[in-house]
Design a protein around this ligand. Sequence first.
Ligand SMILES: [Zn+2]
Length: 97
Amino acid sequence: MTQTTPAGQFLCPHCGSDAEANIRTTLSVPMVESTHPWDPVFEMRHCNSCGTTTPAQLAERWGGIDDEEARRLWQTIFRESSPFKPFYWRPGSTREA
Ligand SMILES: [Zn+2]
């Protein structure tokens, strides 16, 4: 099933939710090594439903990619290598197991 959400509108490539958290992250300096898959990611979006942090280019589908492609890129490149824990951006809800 392929949805088409307009580019620039938040859609979580992890769970498919359109609930964007009330926070955005922009990096001014790289936070990973230059060989890391997340190295080109400076704009990030946060899903209010599953807590996943995703690259803005996937969550907002920059460069003409569609929902399916964003999801594929997330699953094949970014998900496993993500340096972020779910809901790390939400103060008070970071519970360590
Ligand atoms: Zn989500």
